[in-house]
Structure formats: structure tokens, C-alpha cells
Design a protein around this ligand. Sequence first.
Ligand code: SF4
Ligand code: SF4
Length: 322
Amino acid sequence: MPNIILTTDCQRKCSYCFAKGNENKDQKFKMKTYLKVIEFLRRSKTQEVGLLGGEPTLHPQYTNFLDIALDRGLAATTFTNGMLSEEKIEKIQNIIKKRGLTPEKQKIFFLVNVNEEKDWIKNEGDMQANFMKAFGGFVDISFNIYHKEFDLKFLVELIKKYKLFPKIRIGLAAPLGNKNEFLLTDYYKEVAEKLVAFTDERIKNRIVLHFDCGFPLCMFADEQLGKLFKSYMRNFRFYCAPIIDIYPDLEISHCYPLSNVHKRNLSEFNDMGEVHSYFKKFSYGLKEKIKRLYPECNDCIHYGQMCAGGCLSTMLKQEGLI
Ligand code: SF4
Ligand code: SF4
């Protein structure tokens, strides 16, 4: 699913954010450019689009953008911190109401990225609670792991309390040069243990776990993989594939963490198929040039099969290239 970066602005500024360094630049999509992108996606027969930031809902025209994507038949997922004003919440509710949308129709979703209370900024918890109360089943929870000290239990409480869609997306925070906090590979196994230890609580509450890209297969022992496999898992893959982020000036990148490494412009391509092939080749080429995540990756039978070998930005960081 390609992501349109509506604005680089964000009020929360998480220490691990993959867009770190962008949030103070005032880059915003203009309506004319947005319509161009939507037309490009339609021409490419793309079914869904991500509205991303910064915090995409801070764009003054966010609700218009959302409306337009839905009008053009795209399913839209907004990646948000959930800190929206009452007024904006009401506008979105009207969009949902006028179209008769329900979570089952899967046309509109909000992936709310939550932090543990110790990392909250002012009003964060209250505003997210308002948002979750308003949108319940349209909300998936997202949590990014950037250090080994974390406790996932509060996510279950949020899902139960606000009757959210019973799914948690987990990401491992990837490095962006010296700009953000990210999860050190030294901690991967401890993190794996915690994720597996969370399984019984999840199963009891029928909550699906969804791994984002960049997880290396061998951070889990075989027994742990077995336990996860038999639990509610979605996207139980160990992959790295072009996501395609589209910036307000129509520059495009493989994904946020690689945006400082290489960008092209959407206008150079005819459709998303071409874009994907280009960035697939780009990432394969990059992998050939840099050291793999672990020396074991070189002879690993899973490399390129069940496992992409972790996140490219982690490999670049290891080599001091970002
Ligand atoms: S480099 Fe690959 S694994 Fe890392 S964020 Fe980008 S797409 Fe995901
Ligand atoms: S390819 Fe590398 S990261 Fe993946 S399982 Fe093999 S050794 Fe681990």
C-alpha cells in the first residue's frame, strides 16, 4: 500500500520516529498535487492508500483528502497519533456516516500509534481516548519497540475498553542516521521473548498480532516461532519490500527509513507497477553492496526465502552508511 505523506508536521515528536528530522519542515501536500497522485493510483488499479505524516490529520485539508480517496474508490488507512480535536473527529464521523461505512466494509481504518504512558506528551492519553471512543472498531493499534523495556499489556486494555479492532501492529524502530532512537540488534532476542510471552494474553482476548517489515526470522527460536504460528498472527512474514512513500513534492522513496538514501520522482513513472519494480531492484542492488545483518545470513538457507535478512536501514547503520 503506497503512503501519501500529507504533511511532515507532527505535534508529538516521538523519540523513535522514522520521520525524525522532517517534523519541523513545513512540507504539505497541495490539493492539485494530491489529485494527481490519486489519479496515478487509480490508473495503477491500486486498491488502498495510506495517509501518513508527520501527523496527517494536522493538514488543514485532511478530511477533504480522506473524502476524495474514498470517493475515488480507494480504501484509506490513516496512520495517526490519535490526537485530534473534537471538531476534526466530528468531520470524520460525518464522512463515515454519509457513506454508511462500518469496520466490516474495510474502507476506512485508523492505525493509531500509541506510546506507553511514560512517553506521553501533554493531553496525549485523553485525546487518544476520545478518538478511540469515537471510532472503536475502525481503529487498529500500533506500537513501536525502540528499547527492550516495554510492557504490552496496556494495549489489550485499550482494545477491550474502546472495543477496537482486535489487532496490534508491532514495529521494530529502525535507525535513521543519528536522528532517532531505534532498537539495537543486541536486544532482538529479549524483545522476541517478550513478544512470545504476550501470546497467552492475546489468545485469551482473541487479539491478532501483525509484524511490520524488518523482523529477522532468527530473532525467534524455533519453539517460539511454533508458539507464535499457532496463535493469532497476521502477516507472519520476515520481509522487507518497497512500501513507497510519496512526498508533497512528488518525490518517492522505498520506505521512510531509506528516504535519505535514495529518492525518485513519481512523474518519472507510468504506474505503481513500474515504481515497485524499480524500488525492488534498488533494494536488491543495495543488499548486494552492503554487509548483511549477521555473518550467518551469508550461508543461511532462509535468506531470500523465509527471511529478508532484517531491515536494510539497520544494515546501513551497522556499516556507518547512514
Ligand atoms: S528497509 Fe525494508 S524492512 Fe526496513 S523499513 Fe524499509 S521496507 Fe521495511
Ligand atoms: S537470513 Fe539472516 S536474519 Fe534471516 S534468519 Fe537467516 S541469519 Fe537470521
